[in-house]
Design a protein around this ligand. Structure first.
Ligand SMILES: Cc1cc2nc3c(=O)[nH]c(=O)nc-3n(C[C@H](O)[C@H](O)[C@H](O)COP(=O)(O)O)c2cc1C
Length: 319
């Protein structure tokens, strides 16, 4: 149920007695979008937090031990070991897991009360702005950052390879980004294929591509943006746990959100955003979540996920 970059779902689980080991499947890679494997490990961390929350719902407290990637073989890298003890206190965020989903559609009108309630979420690891001028500026930064990445043919083709734009795609309900998750109808999906495919370079030269990938309109109707930040040298798995919790805190207040990684990954935008929000110098921006209200009557598309069997690996294989 946890988020993962491009929905690649890199986490695997091994059962070791009464402990659970979270491992990263090293065959799941994004060599162009994530050459250092940072976002893959952040995604593993989100799944680890998902397991901690699921255990809490079962009345269990989890101790999470970060592994220093010992127990590595070529295919799998141990990331954390989870051990459990009885606990009567349940984590309230566990109840937000089932409804959280990336929302890439239009937002319903926002209100002053929404903005006030969103601002209460500001924490040690998240900074929120609901200021319409700042949102507009951040929207422009995000567009510039996205356009820079989309102009890289390798990054764009890699993204396209994880998109499932027609229902008949064999991986439609298994992984990647399907048209429903991206809130695209048949025509929009066909358009996306054309724009992001071979035509992109031509459209870019004609000055049209930027407008076609622009998200500026959504920043006008969003309630706000949550910037998630962590100490620069923190373990990416730990960062992923924080990221997921911050997203669930938005969900708890009924806000739907989507990730805007480009703001963190594009260095000039990341530096401008850091300055704009006056973030502490020891904090590095991990990600940004644009959020607002889903229009009434919208349904959450069915999640594309790997079958559970594919997620379990033999603990012996890790030795
Ligand atoms: C590290 C990371 C980076 C992500 N970057 C983006 C992004 O730039 N744009 C976006 O729309 N979604 C992004 N996502 C969200 C994933 O695409 C999403 O979690 C995945 O498709 C699963 O769908 P769900 O969130 O609806 O469960 C990111 C998620 C993670 C964990």
């Amino acid at each position: 149920m946890a988020p993962s970059v491009h929905n690649v779902q890199p986490v695997r689980w091994a059962i070791d007695g009464d402990r659970l080991i979270a491992v990263c499947d090293n065959s799941t890679v994004l060599p162009h979008a994530d050459p250092a494997g940072h976002d893959i490990l952040v995604s593993v961390g989100a799944s680890v937090e998902g397991a901690v929350l699921a255990a809490s719902a079962l009345g269990l407290k989890t101790q999470v031990k970060l592994e220093n990637t010992a127990g590595t073989n070529e295919r799998f890298t141990k990331q954390t070991t989870l051990s459990f003890s009885q606990c009567s206190k349940k984590d309230k965020l566990a109840s937000c897991i089932t409804t959280r989903a990336s929302w890439r559609g239009p937002f319903a009108a926002t209100s002053a009360a929404d903005r006030r309630s969103a601002l209460t979420l500001t924490s040690q690891t998240s900074t929120i702005t609901c200021d319409e001028f700042q949102l507009e500026e951040i929207g422009q930064m995000a567009d510039r950052a996205t356009f820079t990445f989309m102009n890289n043919n390798d990054v764009r083709n890699e993204l396209l390879s994880w998109m499932r734009l027609r229902r008949g795609h064999p991986q439609w309900s298994i992984d990647g980004l399907n048209a429903d998750a991206m809130n695209m109808n048949f025509f929009e999906a066909a358009g996306a294929f054309l724009v992001l495919g071979k035509s992109f370079e031509v459209l870019s030269k004609m000055g049209l591509a930027k407008a076609l990938v622009s998200e500026a309109r959504r920043y006008k109707t969003a309630t706000g943006i949550m910037v998630v930040h962590c100490p620069a040298n923190q373990n990416p798995v730990q960062k992923g746990r924080t990221f997921y919790r911050e997203w669930l805190r938005l969900e708890q207040l009924g806000f739907a959100a989507n990730v805007v990684s480009a703001l963190a990954d594009h260095e000039p935008s990341c530096a401008s955003l850091h300055r704009l929000l006056d973030l502490p110098g020891d904090q590095k921006i991990l990600t940004a979540l644009l959020f607002g209200r889903r229009p009434t009557g919208t349904t959450i598309p069915k999640r594309a996920r790997l079958p559970l069997d594919n997620l379990i690996v033999d603990a012996g294989a890790l030795k």
